[in-house]
Design a protein around this ligand. Sequence first.
Ligand SMILES: [Ca+2]
Ligand SMILES: [Ca+2]
Length: 280
Amino acid sequence: MRAIGVRGLCLMLVVSMFMAGCARRPAAGGKVAGGPAATIKTKDGAEMVLIPAGEFLMGSADRQGHNDERPQHKVYISAFYIDKYEVTNALYKRFLNETGNPQPPFWNDPKYNAPDQPVTGVTFYDAQAYVRWAGKRLPSEAEWEKAARGGLTGKRYAWGNETPDAGGTYRANYDPGARAGSDVDGYAYPAPVGSYPPNGYGLFEMPGNVWEWCGDRYGHDYYGVSGESDPRGPEAGATHVLRGGSWFGGADYLRVSARYHLSATTSYDNVGFRCAQDVP
Ligand SMILES: [Ca+2]
Ligand SMILES: [Ca+2]
């Protein structure tokens, strides 16, 4: 047997230290010991982020809050996954190809149809068809708000209480107003997903870019009667909830507690969605 010499021994030492270092790193996806993976990739190709179980304060006690955001109330949400980004045109195209669902009205408009822009012009029923195809579901309104808050408590926006343009840095794609111009924040139309900083849970564009359909029906006074654990909205109601504001609207609807609603058959060029999923 040949002696390996001092250089060989050093090399072996370096290699074994490297391997030991690798072994200590968390598995791909950052699996928490004994718990569900922090991130997963699903059938449609989307990345999803785990939102931990726990209580949060839903709604607003803030003077800026609208009547339907009151009363602010405590809600418990079970752990769930939510898409890291709004559903893009690239992902939606696979769904159209596989299902023959009709193209949304802005599908061929170059202002909206880049592969990494969020899909727009989707009705609530389109969004439902997509989530069923992907084996997922729409987030409840309460899940959406918890996810949007990014772990912060009682703040006005996903990033805190600063205005979306504080210090000259734009934190979302919206319409800052006639004086500034709708593209002073970087984009006059939907921005490619991932263009703005993520929130505390690592989710992008929860505020702004496109409004996002939630699974719940809308109830103006629902917060006064809502259950405390995984609420799913009122039994009846003519419209469905949307959250987050959009490129075609002001800062008020970027607030994490702001609510909006439309009939399930409406399709606008500032409305999209993202998916949620139970923890298996
Ligand atoms: Ca804008
Ligand atoms: Ca959004």
